[in-house]
Design a binder for this molecule. Structure first.
Ligand code: PLP
Length: 411
């Protein structure tokens, strides 16, 4: 028999959503008529923009003709799509040759682990999108919860708490090779300011680190002065890679399309260019995103498509406002939800799983326990605003009803 990959045994974070599913199934077994509403998983719910769907239909029909058929495309993605991304989605200069189209940000985060290899040390925000941890663990890194033990196991958590405004204390953080950083953040909904990102870039520069900046939620930023890309920060081109996605931008979670920007300036310590290795790796581990998904992306990056994106994003942000108002009206502290479709609700002194269970039992709501995103998430639950309006309104009414009861109220 073949030995099991010892690194898979060490997965922690991936147990979050299966455990939520297990508890939901157990609940429904006892109460089969319950009207559960999920504010849990961050999946999108609203229809695909017609500019995208119409483009796919046209492209698919052409594929069935002799003249329109296309086989393997360029691994880096269609030039028209890369040009569209550079022009429509960035306010700073990004050359299309620095954009690598992918089948989603998650897949590229996994492939980036291969770029850095098993010996690189990694730091990440705590709490964080679980994929940074899982893919690091798969590379053989192990978790170390304490900043003072940095380097031990190769994986360092940088606590992001209400006290530090959900931005890590970089003065207390030691050098690591790679820093995963997500803004607007999943799960806290916090968005980093320009000054904070300048600090992060300066920190990476002084430690010769590379930042992997996850901007999957950039379209939700409502304030024009807040940076939507790490490359809006001076000097970032020498220290950062950006992963990004059409998933939350336009409901492409099922279509599957994303991209990664690797600037030409970015180099390893031997002077070799990161972009060259990434190109090589992309050709090895990936044969390019589906041309149908790319056609959808090209259709989306038109005037009509961008208008539809605005409507989509505004709808989700209105959901976030409704949920925020419901929670704050009960006297509870809520973070996020202003520049991100996630709200991070504090239940001081209580366990996240405990709150999760009570909200399911008493309000028939599914949330996500904060501790599932990392130890600093204990005492919080995440609410997703990516649902249908009617569900969100009903969920808000239920929240108001239960959160006012003494067991949810701060001591
Ligand atoms: N990055 C973050 C922070 C996410 O929350 C998600 C999905 O929830 C992703 C990346 C995944 O994006 P994609 O659907 O493009 O793989």
């Amino acid at each position: 028999m073949v030995a099991r990959n010892c690194h898979i045994e060490k997965f922690h974070a991936s147990y979050l959503f299966p455990e939520i599913g297990r508890r939901r199934d157990a609940f429904l077994k006892q109460r089969p008529n319950a009207q559960l509403i999920s504010l849990g998983v961050g999946d999108t719910t609203q229809p695909l923009p017609t500019a995208a769907s119409e483009a796919v239909i046209k492209f698919a029909q052409a594929l069935a003709t002799g003249d329109g058929y296309q086989g393997y495309g360029p691994e880096q993605g269609a030039l028209a799509l890369r040009q569209g991304i550079a022009e429509r989605l960035y306010s700073c200069d990004i050359d299309p040759s620095e954009i690598f189209v992918s089948d989603g940000a998650k897949c590229d985060i996994g492939r980036l682990q291969h770029l850095f290899g098993p010996s690189a040390t990694v730091a990440l925000q705590d709490p964080a999108y679980p994929v940074y941890v899982d893919t690091s663990v798969l590379m053989g890194r192990t978790e170390s919860y304490n900043v003072s033990t940095q380097g031990y196991g190769g994986l360092t958590y940088l606590p992001c708490t209400a006290e530090n405004g959900f931005f890590p204390d970089l003065d207390a953080a030691d050098k690591t090779d790679v820093i995963f950083f997500c803004s607007p953040n999943n799960p806290t909904g916090a968005v980093a300011t320009r000054e904070q990102l300048e600090k992060l870039v300066a920190f990476a520069k002084s430690n010769s680190s590379i930042i992997v900046f996850d901007a999957a939620y950039a379209p939700f930023i409502q304030d024009e002065t807040l940076p939507r890309s790490i490359f809006e920060i001076e000097g970032a081109r020498e220290v950062a890679i950006e992963v990004n996605s059409f998933s939350k931008l336009a409901g492409f979670t099922g279509v599957r399309l994303g991209w990664t920007v690797v600037p030409k300036e970015l180099a390893f310590n031997d002077g070799s260019k990161v972009i060259d290795d990434w190109r090589r790796l992309s050709c090895t581990l990936f044969n390019g995103a589906s041309n149908l998904a790319q056609a959808a992306g090209i259709g989306l990056l038109t005037n009509q498509g961008m208008q539809e994106v605005e409507t989509l994003v505004n709808g989700y942000m209105e959901n976030a406002r409704i949920l925020r108002e419901a929670v704050t009206s009960c006297g509870l502290k809520v973070y996020g939800g202003k520049h991100a479709p996630y709200l991070w609700v504090a239940f001081p002194g209580r366990g996240s799983w405990n709150v999760f269970q009570q909200l399911m039992d008493e309000a028939e709501l599914i949330t996500t326990p904060g501790v599932g995103f990392g130890p600093a998430g204990e005492g919080f639950v995440r609410l997703s605003a990516l649902g249908n309006r009617r569900d969100v309104e009903t969920a808000a009414q239920r929240l108001v009803r239960v959160l006012k009861t003494p067991s949810f109220q701060p001591a």
